[in-house]
Design a protein around this ligand. Structure first.
Ligand code: ADP
Ligand code: MG
Length: 400
């Protein structure tokens, strides 16, 4: 992996830095600035080296055209506060205003360009369109630093093509994330537990097949637990269920048994009458979801207290823990306890703990934990999962 050193002296050189500044926003206010903070090491270093720093990022999923609610403007303001240096913002990614802002930079100056995904070239399926956009981005730059770890699993103009048109290197965040993931894949101390939850069920199942060879225990919570319960023949009423994954999940259960890997499923769950913060709810046995007071309407929204306690016990006894995906709908107080108990257990264990996933990271912060309570909080959910699945990540391949 080429690091920033490979770019030589950066004084008075224009360096374009791909960051992942995709922070959650609520009515224009940043609700978790973790990704901005994680970007600062590289930015400070480049600034202090006298580089002219051009920051680029995406935010949300605009459809290739400007949409005010996905503007990066609030991010520039927050970054300026954190850096205690001005961070200019241009409401354009490529074009006359962006050109003027970039060519007007002095040594150590920083500018953030507008959301990359306002341009169709960024995420185009057509390699030629991506390349054309990357060339426009590169027009006034001397070097490229790839530091958006959250997007290195994507084949997108600012991630892959841009690295081909400029001298390029990995930033400090990408290097640090990679170091942790390599430790989790090749050098994990045993016992090794992986806790999976969240709502992107099919995205996360792939990681199980790869990790099953490496871990001692898999703990399953969040939305995916219902596909596991259904695979065991239980009625999950209106809970999140991916029917087309039932056979895959049965395969994992059988393989885990063959290999002597423990898959721990919740024994109790909290079900609600509706998907709402104030919905009536009760705790039921995991095999009795269909028999709760809410009948077929019951939705499982958190793991129950017995399960949370058991998960915590396994976590505390582990030397390595990787956690991706909240245990329940932590955004609603009534369904946040499972996530809180698991987070607390990670902070209590003496082992090496890693939290991956945008919502998981936001959850631990929202529940009042500090980043330093964990061994590492990854900024990339999908990217870290794909790495752990053993996939080659296109955004890393171009930096080798
Ligand atoms: P991450 O970003 O950490 O990878 P995901 O994006 O997969 O995690 O999932 C996060 C979301 O999962 C949260 O918004 C949470 O409300 C939701 N979630 C957790 N448990 C459930 C559940 N039982 N049913 C529906 N959604 C759930
Ligand atoms: Mg998420």
């Amino acid at each position: 992996m080429r690091t920033i050193e490979s770019l030589g002296s950066l004084r008075s050189r224009t360096v374009i830095v791909r960051c992942d500044l995709n922070v959650p926003l609520s009515e224009g206010v940043i609700t978790d600035d973790g990704r901005i903070r994680a970007s600062l090491t590289t930015i400070r270093e480049l600034r202090d080296a006298g580089a002219r720093v051009v920051l680029i990022s995406h935010l949300g999923r605009p459809k290739g055209e400007p949409e005010e609610r996905f503007s990066l403007r609030p991010v520039a303001a927050r970054m300026a506060e954190l850096l205690e240096t001005p961070v200019a913002f241009v409401a354009q990614t490529v074009g006359a205003d962006a050109d003027a802002a970039v060519t007007g930079l002095g040594d150590g100056d920083i500018v953030l360009l507008e959301n990359l995904r306002f341009n169709p070239g960024e995420t185009s399926k057509d390699a030629g369109e991506r390349l054309a956009f990357a060339q426009q981005l590169a027009a006034h730059a001397d070097a490229f630093v790839s530091d958006g770890f959250g997007v290195v699993h994507r084949r997108q103009a600012s991630v892959t093509e841009l690295a081909g048109v400029l001298p390029s290197a990995a930033g400090r965040l990408v290097a640090a994330e990679l170091e942790v993931l390599e430790r989790l894949t090749d050098r994990a101390e045993r016992p090794y537990a992986v806790v999976l939850g969240g709502s992107k069920v099919s995205d996360k199942l792939g990681v199980i097949s790869h990790l099953i060879e490496r871990v001692d225990t898999l703990l399953i919570g969040g939305g995916m637990l219902f596909t596991f319960l259904a695979a065991q023949g239980h009625d999950v009423a209106s809970s999140l269920l991916e029917k087309d994954q039932l056979d895959t999940v049965r395969g994992y259960l059988a393989e885990a048994e063959r290999r002597g890997v423990r898959i721990v499923l919740p024994t109790d769950v909290i079900v609600a009458e509706a998907f709402a913060a104030d919905a009536a709810h009760e705790t039921v046995a995991a095999d009795a979801i269909g028999r709760s007071s809410f009948g077929a309407a019951a939705i499982g929204l958190d793991i129950g207290p017995d399960s949370a306690a058991e998960f915590a016990r396994v976590i505390r006894e582990s030397a390595t823990v990787f956690w991706n995906g909240p245990m329940g709908v932590f955004e609603m107080a009534a369904f946040a306890e499972g996530t809180r108990t698991v987070a607390q257990a990670l902070t209590d264990t003496a082992g090496f703990t890693v939290v991956g996933g945008g919502d998981s990271a936001a959850a631990v912060r929202a529940l009042g934990f500090a980043d330093t309570d964990f061994g590492h909080i990854s900024t990339g959910g999908g990217a870290s999962l794909e790495f752990l699945e053993g996939k080659q990540l296109p955004g890393l391949e171009v930096l080798v």
